[in-house]
Design a protein around this ligand. Structure first.
Ligand code: ADP
Length: 307
């Protein structure tokens, strides 16, 4: 049985949690997941080596993958990192390179919001305050996405924005093995500016950023420059801002990340799966270094960095 099927099978129970009748299956599944505490797993003192062992040796089928149709590497990776760090940007580039789906739970939430379905008003209130959606709802949305992908023959995934709580990480661990968790890190002072500068093309969904971050080096700390990622002319007049990219909401999201998601880093660190990656600057500096850290090559590096 494929990994995705196993995730999907688990879905039956988690999905039910969003309905008024809580099934016995739901309770059994969730309590089993909750009892799988990270405390009873050994700490891998060689976290870095452990992560490296999970890395692919090469990606020489990446060209084939560009042609699509399920030729992707069967990687099961997770991106962690604060709001605004660039999870979506790098996860989507790696997804193109490796030919595996990039699944961002934030996108799933926004799609659900836009669909005006039964959950949308509830989600609107939560997201606009910068709070986390319940584990049950998020797992339900994720499971539906995985089911749809499985039907299309997708293999592997790069998750972005999930897991975001230790409980979500435990549930995920209960249904599948994650090979590698990439923890993107960026200096605190850049995160808020990057969220506030984020723009999305309302037509094609392209992600851009108008912020120009130029931190001067001082007291022995190096400076950092991140140029804006400006839209092409055909998107420029169609840019919108995410409703939760307002200053007070971003601050709340950062606070919640520290409270609920920081422990997820430790969860994977203890399992030797966490690859820490400090972004050295914008895409032109960071993308080649990230590829290097992952032991990957991008045959179209020049074009993609310039994109
Ligand atoms: P961010 O830029 O803060 O990383 P995302 O686009 O990943 O934002 O998510 C947007 C919102 O969707 C979050 O603030 C949260 O309300 C909800 N969300 C996304 N993923 C999860 C998750 N795994 N658990 C709970 N809520 C989530």
């Amino acid at each position: 049985m494929s990994v995705l099927s196993r995730v999907w099978r688990a879905r039956g129970s988690t999905a039910a949690a969003t309905t008024t009748t809580t099934s016995l299956q739901t309770l059994i599944f969730l309590s089993r997941a909750l009892s799988t505490s990270c405390e009873n797993t050994g700490i891998d003192p060689k976290a870095k080596a452990g992560a490296a062992a999970a890395l692919p040796l090469n990606n020489n089928n990446s060209k084939k993958k560009k042609e699509g149709k399920g030729e992707g590497k069967h990687v099961q990776w997770v991106f962690l990192g604060c709001p605004g760090v660039g999870k979506g940007t790098y996860a989507s580039r790696l997804s193109n390179l490796l030919g595996v789906p990039h699944i961002a739970t934030g996108d799933l939430v926004r799609d659900e919001l836009a669909s005006s379905g039964p959950l949308s008003s509830q989600l609107d209130e939560i997201v606009s305050q910068g709070k986390l959606v319940s584990d049950e709802i998020i797992i339900n949305l994720l499971s539906k996405r995985l089911e749809a992908g499985e039907a299309k023959g997708e293999a592997g995934f790069i998750l972005d924005g999930f897991p975001r709580t230790v409980r979500q990480a435990e549930i995920l661990e209960g249904v599948t093995d994650i090979d590698l968790v990439i923890n993107l890190k960026l200096r605190e002072e850049a995160l808020l500016a990057k969220c506030l500068g984020r723009r999305i093309c309302s037509e094609c969904g392209g992600n851009y950023n108008v912020a120009c971050i130029d931190i001067k080096g001082e007291n022995g700390n190096p400076g950092m420059y991140m140029g804006p990622l400006l839209p092409p002319p055909h998107c420029a007049s169609k840019l919108i801002t995410r409703s939760d990219d307002k200053e007070e909401v971003v601050r709340e999201r950062l606070r919640i990340y520290n409270e609920k998601s920081r422990p997820v880093e430790e969860f994977y660190r203890r399992r030797g799966k966490l690859l820490e990656f400090d972004l050295p600057g914008g895409i032109p500096e960071s993308w080649p270094k990230l590829l290097q850290a992952l032991n990957l090559e991008d045959p179209e590096d020049k074009q993609s960095v310039a994109a």
